[in-house]
Ligand binder design. Structure first.
Ligand code: NDP
Length: 297
């Protein structure tokens, strides 16, 4: 099996380099060109030519325009990378008979209510990033290619920046932290997403009827405030010296950002668990592994 991985250096892409390596021949690209192959999703013609040159059996697209606030002022670029590039990949996958594995987000939903979102629930993105990711989903589904789309939420990886690392850094310098308490979701490890992707590819190539749209997130739920408290309590228990004394819950309205955020990021993962016979671990176990790695450094 020949796999073309796009976005190899993002949080999920980095972990995919590990989890996909044993499945077959892996051609992994970031946005830069190498050996005449171009992984820049904003260059649609070169992207198309690259897929035609590689002729993969599976395209795994971990690249995306993920700067949620910046997407409000760079709407055209976000739409090209998240929407039009997904369409190019889907069209090329369809003509090659290849699989397309793609990632999307709970930000396609309005964020209302407190029920975990199911795959078939109505979508209504509240910001441009969410709208651009929805356009990508729709283009893939309309293309007629064989696909898996995983909508996920609150992704963290040990590599690069993440919310937990930011909280640890701030907690070293400040006595008081104010953290949003009315957005609720499940922090989901990039390693978990990558491992489940590899398992799902192995199953779906044998059972194509499993193709489709799935919600993929760790089990359980927490607010950003609860997440911050978990991180800080864990670090203190490990003997980290922190200046922080109080972590105050605040409402989203007290922290204005260019892009609106959905309050309810809960995802119902029943379809994924049942179709692929998977158990999704609770969010704390992934966060604990990441914190041990970060705090050991
Ligand atoms: P990251 O931001 O960590 O990685 C995205 C990668 O895409 C980066 O390596 C980035 O490269 C690359 N990229 C951006 N623009 C382009 C471009 N024009 N051409 C090629 N590559 C580009 O994201 P994650 O790994 O966290 O996200 C993986 C998937 O999960 C995405 O589809 C995302 O929408 C989705 N998702 C993420 C969530 C999160 O909390 N992070 C939540 C829900 C869904 P560079 O570093 O050079 O900019």
């Amino acid at each position: 099996m020949k796999i073309l991985l796009l976005g190899k250096n993002g949080q999920v892409g980095w972990e995919l380099q590990r989890s996909l390596a044993s499945l077959g021949q892996l051609v992994a690209l970031d946005r830069h060109s190498v050996d005449g192959l171009c992984g820049d999703l904003s260059d649609l013609d070169s992207l198309r030519a690259t897929i035609r040159a590689v002729r993969p059996d599976v395209i795994v697209n971990a690249a995306a325009y993920t700067a949620v606030d910046k997407a409000e002022s760079e709407a055209e670029l976000a739409s090209r990378v998240n929407g039009q590039a997904s369409q190019v990949m889907a069209q090329e996958a369809a003509s090659l008979g290849a699989w397309l594995i793609h990632y999307s987000t709970d930000y396609v939903f309005s964020g209302q209510g407190d029920t975990p979102w199911r795959e078939a629930d109505d979508v209504a993105p509240v910001n441009h990033y969410g709208a651009s990711k929805l356009a990508g989903e729709r283009a893939i589904i309309a293309s007629g290619c064989k696909y898996l789309i995983f909508r996920t939420s609150w992704v963290f990886g040990a590599r690069g920046n993440n919310f937990a690392k930011t909280m640890l850094r701030l907690a070293k310098d400040r006595e008081t932290l104010n953290v949003i308490a009315d957005q609720v979701g499940a922090p989901t490890g990039a390693d978990l997403i990558a491992d489940i992707t590899a398992l799902a590819i192995q199953q779906v190539v044998k059972r194509p009827e499993l193709a489709g749209l799935y919600h993929l997130a760790a089990a359980g739920k927490v607010s950003w405030h609860g997440y911050a408290c978990h991180v800080i309590d864990f670090a203190k228990a490990q003997g980290e010296e922190l200046a922080v004394i109080s972590v105050n819950p605040i409402d989203t309205t007290a922290y204005p950002t260019p892009a609106r955020r959905p309050l309810n990021s809960r995802l119902n993962t029943q379809k994924l668990s049942e179709n692929f016979s998977l158990h999704l671990p609770d969010w704390q176990s992934g966060v604990t592994r990441m914190l041990r790695e970060v705090l050991d450094k």
